[in-house]
Design a protein around this ligand. Structure first.
Ligand SMILES: [Zn+2]
Length: 194
């Protein structure tokens, strides 16, 4: 489980979803949660750097401090028994577009993000308020945008959660590209009509 978590963290970093020190990932196993540590460069993380916490937030194994967003991960797991993986990224484009992201811009997106994309107003990173607000919106959604902050995606496993992060970025790109292209090439739609 720890090895798999690390593989996904490094994949997310290489693909630009996480920055060196920002963003965090966790998985649930039974009554315990394995999370990334705070303030450690993502590409150099080892299995020993990961931290186990219980559902009260107490560290049960590991020598480092858990991510500063551990409360957010916990709150989500408490409210969503179907969720076993939580990914929090600092993807810039989805964050900037937030509520403007158009779910219908890519036909396949709805299959992965059926409940739509929630938006959580700006709240201090790492705060109890952010943890509760995010978990509350995620009771009915698998992806939320935290205004001026980042993206949170959940899934039954890491593959599902990470895929949702990728789909949200693709949707954000599609939404922006479509708007720009429509402005730059205003006649194209006219020409392509039957
Ligand atoms: Zn963050």
């Amino acid at each position: 489980m720890a090895e798999e978590l690390l593989r996904y963290v490094k994949l997310l970093y290489r693909r630009g979803h996480l920055t060196l020190l920002s963003g965090n990932v966790s998985v649930r196993e039974g009554e315990f949660i394995l999370v990334t540590p705070t303030r450690r460069p993502k590409p150099f993380l080892t299995v020993d750097d990961l931290v186990w916490i219980d559902l009260e937030g107490r560290v049960t194994r590991g020598s480092l401090k858990p991510t500063s967003e551990w409360r957010m991960h916990l709150e989500i797991y408490k409210r969503r028994r179907d969720v076993n993986a939580v990914v929090h990224t600092h993807d810039v484009l989805p964050t900037v577009l937030a509520g403007r992201i158009d779910l219908s811009a890519l036909s396949e997106a709805e299959a992965y993000l059926g409940g739509g994309i929630g938006v959580v107003p700006y709240l201090k990173p790492g705060s109890v308020e952010l943890a509760k607000a995010t978990a509350s919106v995620m009771e009915s959604r698998d992806v939320v945008i935290l205004e001026r902050h980042g993206v949170v995606a959940v899934g039954g496993d890491l593959a599902e959660a990470v895929n949702r992060v990728e789909v949200v970025l693709d949707l954000a790109k599609a939404t922006l590209y479509r708007e720009v292209i429509n402005k730059v090439f205003p006649d194209v739609r006219e020409l392509s009509r039957p």
